[in-house]
Design a binder for this molecule. Structure first.
Ligand SMILES: NC(=O)c1ccc[n+]([C@@H]2O[C@H](COP(=O)([O-])OP(=O)(O)OC[C@H]3O[C@@H](n4cnc5c(N)ncnc54)[C@H](O)[C@@H]3O)[C@@H](O)[C@H]2O)c1
Ligand SMILES: O=C(O)C1=N[C@H](C(=O)O)CCC1
Length: 249
């Protein structure tokens, strides 16, 4: 059986090191490079698929490098703005040969949480998102929380639901969280946590809480490996791993 050559960028980090172990444990994949900030990127040139678990500050340069060489990319690094996504689409062009999977969260439960939140969003007057992570995370709000809020906002707009009510006129800066497309997103950074999120929905006389907890980084690995195996069959940009799970994007 021929094995797909894979490189991992950010290999010394929390997610990169977990990915290195997962790739090494997969019979159909071959780890050809495990690189971190001091290493020469050229060592990844022999890969077919490059996995990115680096930092927002470096990921765009790495993606340009991959796309220029026709190397497929599976990107877990977060901090992607609409402008960055548009830039990526531009680099890939009208008829892309290269596949890029950009996923703010590779865990199955987090994908389902976003899916359920999107379905519930139009039924409740109020909705807010609380993301909770380890304190070494550099970006806030989390990529998952941003995507969740964007999907909630789009679902509410499509259903003609008004903005969530909020009478706040007196506020210490930050007390009401970040505004993502009109949805409030709150960030907690706490030693002992890995990656967690709650979507809080409320209306007269009831609330609904959708919560997901990644208690180990192993939770992300089935999604990472599914993306590595399938990115080559999906030229262009794929946002999220929903298509690999049979869910609409
Ligand atoms: N998509 C997901 O499911 C998911 C899950 C967890 C984390 N993340 C994201 O993945 C990213 C990494 O998270 P982490 O917890 O592993 O962080 P981390 O800080 O532990 O690891 C990042 C690694 O990138 C390395 N790095 C920095 N610059 C580099 C360069 N120029 N070349 C190669 N390596 C370089 C760092 O040295 C570090 O080892 C973050 O953006 C985080 O939000 C995504
Ligand atoms: O630990 C992190 O950092 C995580 N980042 C992703 C995000 O920003 O959503 C996914 C969850 C873990």
């Amino acid at each position: 059986m021929s094995r797909t050559p894979v490189a991992v960028l950010g290999a010394a980090g929390r997610m990169g090191s977990e990915t290195v172990r997962a790739v090494q444990g997969a019979e159909d994949l071959e780890l050809v490079a495990a690189l971190d900030r001091e290493d020469d990127l050229e060592a990844a040139a022999g890969a077919e698929v490059v996995v990115h678990f680096t930092q927002p500050a470096v990921v765009m340069d790495h993606l340009r490098w991959c796309i220029d060489r026709g190397l497929h990319a599976v990107v877990g690094t977060t901090g992607f703005t609409d402008e960055r996504v548009a830039t990526l689409r531009g680099w890939l062009g009208e008829e892309p040969a290269t596949g890029v999977v950009l996923a703010p969260n590779f865990s199955i439960g987090a994908v389902l949480m976003m899916h359920f939140a999107e379905q519930a969003a139009r039924f409740y007057e109020s909705v807010e998102v609380v993301e909770l992570h380890h304190p070494d995370k550099v970006d806030a709000p989390s990529g998952t929380a941003v995507r969740t809020a964007q999907r909630i906002a789009a679902a509410r707009a499509a259903a003609g639901v008004a903005a969530p009510p909020d009478a706040t006129t007196e506020e210490r800066p930050g007390a009401r969280g970040a505004d993502v497309d009109g949805i409030r997103v709150h960030g907690v950074r706490l030693r002992g946590l890995v990656a967690h999120q709650e979507v809080l929905l409320g209306d007269e006389g009831e609330t609904l809480t959708i919560r997901h907890d990644s208690v180990s980084r192993s939770s992300f690995m089935p999604g990472v490996l599914a993306a590595v195996r399938q990115v080559g069959q999906r030229p262009g940009l794929t946002v999220g791993i929903e298509p690999f799970l049979g869910l609409a994007p």
